[in-house]
Write a protein that binds this ligand. Sequence first.
Ligand code: NAD
Length: 336
Amino acid sequence: MGTPVTLISGDGIGPSISSATVRVLEAAGAQIDWDVQYAGQAGVAKHGDPIPDATLDSIKRTRLALKGPLETPVGEGFRSINVALRKTFDLYANVRPAHTIVQGGRYEDIDLVLVRENTEGLYVGIEHYIKMGSDPRAAAESVAIITRAGSERIVRYAFDYACKHGRKKVTLVHKANILKFSQGLFLDVGRQIAQEYDGIEFDEVIVDAMAMNLVLKPQRYDVIVTTNLFGDILSDLISGLVGGLGLAPGANIGLGGAIFEAVHGTAPDIAGKGIANPSALILAACMMLEYMTDGERARRIRDALESTIRERKTVTRDLGGSASTDQFTDAIIARL
Ligand code: NAD
């Protein structure tokens, strides 16, 4: 019997990159019992809801999901899919690695992991307009909530991740020089927790300086931990350092479960053409295998994927080749 995992194929290019990923995992011998569920437009078509209860119930049972990109329907009455998933499963850690696969680009030898706090900060949704005189929207106020408990668990997650993955340094990114209370609390907690981890170097950088440093000398960093808004922005920045979204996986991890996904969206411009690059979802599946303590299989898949990309013979168009999704997937499988 394999490990039960909820599979949400997603919309647009989702079904094609999901089936490629499932084929690679099967070829590598991963023992997984997929529980196929629907969300996004596929959820609306099947159950009239972009995040159907059946899908949430499945993840509650399996506590593990691999998710293709989803199209959130525009319009009132639909719940935001990501917010619903984060809230239901308290997915507090968003983990985004960025690692150079093909040398010779603008940057070489990048190997970073960004750990973003996923539930607090400016994204708690406490916002309102303030009426002044006859203008009902004369001002707007958004509240950032940072808690000691929330900061402790995300900073600890970053240090534990560093220990588990043989990494040497954790950099905490903040803006405590200006936001003395909220960011100050995050920084204070980070400094305290850092003392518990003797073998891991700790440093702290102000977010604006970090934006510059990541462009000038990204090799200086290893694991980065930061609050929600800064993490949202810097995680896209680091995907750009290693060739963009086609190769960027992400994990959302919490006490209630973990959801692994590609960072990119449904790519409506190429959907149905059979040319999407499945790499980001395959790399997300590798993160899932590591989470399932099947790190050796993850390493084998990653090696096969990376050597296929480096050879540049059978790669998809976004990587400079002309292979279809299926041909690229077959080439990876042949190397396993
Ligand atoms: P997108 O990431 O779908 O596409 C941006 C560009 O990158 C497009 O030109 C696309 O063709 C290309 N691209 C993306 N993934 C690719 C792949 N695997 N292989 C080859 N090319 C790829 O971003 P978008 O166009 O802004 O968003 C489209 C839809 O996706 C929207 O409905 C959005 O809400 C949704 N979305 C979902 C998620 C998610 O579910 N995690 C994330 C981002 C966007």
